[in-house]
Every structure is written in structure tokens, then in C-alpha cells.
Design a protein around this ligand. Sequence first.
Ligand code: ITT
Length: 184
Amino acid sequence: MTSNRGKLAEFRSALAPLGIEITHSEEECDEIQADSLREVVLSCLDQLKGKGMRDIVIDDSGLFVHALNGFPGVYSSYALRTIGMDGILRLLDGKQDRSAHFECCIGASIGGEEFTVSGRCDGTIALAPSGEEGFGFDPIFVPSGYYRTFAEISITEKNGISHRGRAIQAFAAELRGRIDEAPR
Ligand code: ITT
């Protein structure tokens, strides 16, 4: 799964209570051009299965800015590397609607069964970056009900409300259901 160590720790802490251990793989997949995170995730699962991998968990996330018709969305890493947070702020100059959401899609292929789950966190884009915590677009994203950005709250607080935290909880619930239903 992910090359991002912070994410690995989040997955581990959610899945350890289920007795499920997760390890990190360096295996890469080509990110296809697609409209949704789910399409990207499903394509990546296919590529990894094609390389002979089994029991795979992967995730993909992005920031969807509503006044920009969902940009950067599936292109979030690329947008961060190129136009950066300042670029997003410039694109929103003069726009009334600063609403946005983060989304995370987790896909798994376990014991020959494939499924995806998602998590979403709604909020707004701040007028300027603020805060040192987190990564990516955290300094410009203010989750709904908060006045601080993701980069101004602790990682534990962020995990409790974030797209990834929610997707991981949904993933753990899905796995728990599958374990309970499995023949003994
Ligand atoms: P891997 O694909 O290797 O797992 P990544 O850093 O590219 O790591 P994602 O595909 O999940 O991570 O996310 C794509 C981009 O979306 C990421 O580079 C950030 O710019 C942004 N992003 C995703 N989740 C975020 C979060 O919780 N806080 C801030 N930015 C985030």
C-alpha cells in the first residue's frame, strides 16, 4: 500500500484491533487519467493483481474545490507540485463560493474479493495558508464547524473528522462485517 508513512500508521491503528496486520509495499502503479478516485483505485488494484500481488489495500485522496468544478480532485498531487496552494488561492480570487471537500477512496482485494469504500470531509478554502501540522493542502482547508485549518489542529483531531479517517473507519467496518460473515 501507500508510500506515505503517516497513512500507514493510520491504517495500522484502525486495523490492529481486528487482528489484521498491514505492511508497506514499494510496488507502484500508473495513475490513469480518470474522473473519480474510485476509477483510479480500481485501475491500480488491477495493475497490482496483474503483477501477481495478493491481499492488497490501496488508497487515493484529493481536494475537490466546488467553484473550480472539482479541480484539483484526482490531480491533487500534481496540482500541489505545480501551482501549489498559492495557485489554488489565486484561482479562487474574487469567488464567493470557497466550499470544498476532501475525499479518500480505499480499495482492497482480499481473499479474491474486491471492494472500495470512501470517506469525505467538507469545509472551505481559507483566504491564506495557516498552520504547520499535517501535509499537502492542510494549511488552506478549514473543516466545517471549525475556524482553524487542518494544519492548525492535532493529527488525532484531524483523524477523527478527516476524509481518510472516515474512509479507514468504513474500511474497518466493512472488514469486520466480512470476517463475521465468513464460514468458520
Ligand atoms: P500516495 O499516493 O503515495 O499514497 P500521496 O501523497 O500522493 O501519497 P494521495 O494520493 O492520497 O497521497 O493524495 C493526493 C494529494 O491530495 C496529496 O498529494 C495532497 O496534496 C492531497 N491530500 C490528500 N489527502 C490530504 C490531506 O489529508 N491533507 C492535505 N492534503 C491532502
